[in-house]
Ligand binder design. Structure first.
Ligand code: HEC
Length: 130
């Protein structure tokens, strides 16, 4: 009996010793797939040079499809409201690029968009109010 009285606490201690041990193996962080990469289309360099300093490309890529005029206004908004230092000569390239990217996105979506989502315009706000 004396022996058991010794072993039990020893076992308990042993299990306590291993259970709460803090290893940080689970703390490694997998970064999300953001920023999305900008598709390789003409004007990409202009966008990288002028538009990705303040937000990730996904801010531009995950937008409802809008017209060229709205993209022009969007760039103007970045310059006027957020004081984006955009090279005026790059603006047409940026607008062309965004229009081309959205056309490509729309083409890619056709065929793999389910009926539930096909009527939706994407995230609300942002560009729609421009
Ligand atoms: C000086 C910083 C800055 C630069 C440079 C900049 N933006 Fe923005 N942009 C912002 C801020 C601030 C917001 C609003 C907050 C957010 O979504 O991060 C924003 C939001 C946006 C949005 C989301 C819709 C909206 O209006 O909120 C789009 C699209 C966008 N920017 C496009 C562009 C494009 C294209 C360029 C390059 C011409 C650009 N941005 C350069 C600061 C900037």
């Amino acid at each position: 009996m004396k022996r058991l009285a010794f072993i039990l606490p020893a076992l308990l201690l042993a299990s306590c010793d291993s259970a709460p041990q803090a290893t940080f193996a689970d703390a490694s962080i997998t970064l999300p797939d953001d920023p999305l990469d900008l598709p390789d289309l003409p004007g990409r360099d202009a966008v990288i040079g002028n538009c990705t300093a303040c937000h990730s490309p996904s801010t531009m890529l995950q937008q409802p499809k809008v017209s060229r005029e709205k993209w022009e206004k969007q760039v103007a908004k970045m310059i006027e409201i957020y004081k984006a230092p955009v090279d005026p000569a790059a603006i047409p390239q940026i607008v062309d690029y965004m229009v081309a990217v959205q056309a490509e996105q729309a083409a890619a979506e056709q065929g793999n968009v389910s009926r539930e989502t096909s009527g939706q315009a994407g995230p609300k706000g942002g560009l729609e109010g421009v």
